[in-house]
Design a protein around this ligand. Structure first.
Ligand SMILES: Nc1nc(=O)c2c([nH]1)NC[C@@H]1CN(c3ccc(C(=O)N[C@@H](CCC(=O)O)C(=O)O)cc3)C=[N+]21
Length: 271
């Protein structure tokens, strides 16, 4: 069972909260964009997640950028990431795994403000947004990666470490980092999360929270529908089409609480 099926199963009424669309790994980008567009425009859909990684031939940037900002429950749309990075701006959604890490810190009573936080890894889905979230919470953040020199010394100074290297060996040999060295880490850490049973399930919980928040926003009417003009105005005519923000409009309203998951399967058929 993949994690996304766990996410589906963790809802009280799975049928009403989410549906999973599996596409063949051989689909072309146009077909994926068409499916995304359908969900963008569907008034009963309030959350869309494109499961990563995508097959290599698909343009991840184009596909993630095509998800409606207002339904981007993964927080991967460049506008949401951009707002996460900027002072005085708030994204509509932040990525779920970093949110789960912050939630764990909060619920365990670990203060973040003013603390030295080290994030190991700078992936778009965990490391980078985790660093941005910690920064928003007023931690002093250092990002370590494959070219970092003397990572051990940096990690030793940290009050909070988020290990998201992707490659376990990057953290090998260091104390405090990496779920791989749980037994070693727990002797020096004040608190540490185990695998399985912590960040993973919290990722799913945050996905559901983002989706619920999105629904509330849609159903309360707080969201301003971003309507794309059907005809291109004077400015539109002078710009290439790609310069328009968000290729598809969002239709606000609807009554169902719904999230949608796009998933790739190898050799699978569109359902
Ligand atoms: N657009 C997108 N967003 C994601 O958030 C995303 C994704 N794509 N692609 C795949 C990764 C992976 N991921 C997991 C989430 C929860 C568990 C989880 O709950 N794991 C359990 C069980 C682990 C086990 O099976 O032993 C645990 O950690 O306790 C795992 C993996 C989300 N991802």
């Amino acid at each position: 069972m993949s994690w996304i099926h766990a996410a589906e199963g963790s809802t009280a009424t799975p049928a009403s909260i989410g549906s999973c669309v599996s596409l063949s790994s051989r689909v072309d980008v146009a077909e994926v964009l068409e499916v995304v567009r359908g969900f963008n425009e569907h008034p009963d859909v309030h959350g869309i997640l494109v499961q990563l990684p995508l097959p290599k031939h698909l343009d991840e940037q184009a596909i993630l950028g095509a998800v409606s900002v207002e339904k981007d429950v993964d927080g991967f749309h460049p506008l949401n990431i951009g707002r996460l990075a900027m002072k005085g701006r708030e994204p509509l959604f932040a990525p779920c795994t970093p949110l789960g890490c912050i939630e764990l810190l909060d619920r365990c009573g670990v203060a973040i403000k003013g603390k030295r936080a080290v994030v190991v890894g700078r992936s778009n889905i965990v490391g980078m947004p985790a660093a941005m979230l910690l920064n928003k919470r007023d931690a002093t953040v250092t990002i370590c990666h494959s070219a970092t020199k003397d990572m051990e010394a940096i990690v030793r100074q940290a009050d909070i470490v988020i290990a998201a290297a992707g490659q376990p060996q990057l953290a090998a040999g260091y104390r405090l980092v990496g779920d791989m060295h749980f037994d070693e880490c727990k002797t020096v850490a004040g608190a540490i999360t185990p695998v399985p049973g912590s960040v993973g399930p919290m990722t799913i919980a945050m996905l559901l929270r983002n989706t619920a928040d999105s629904s509330k926003r849609f159903l309360s009417g707080k969201l301003q529908a971003v309507v794309q003009p059907k005809k291109r105005g004077p400015l539109g005519k002078s710009l290439p089409r790609d310069e328009h923000l968000g290729p598809w409009s969002v239709v606000a309203g609807g009554s169902l609480v719904a999230g949608v998951v796009l998933q790739r399967t190898f050799g699978g058929r569109r359902q």
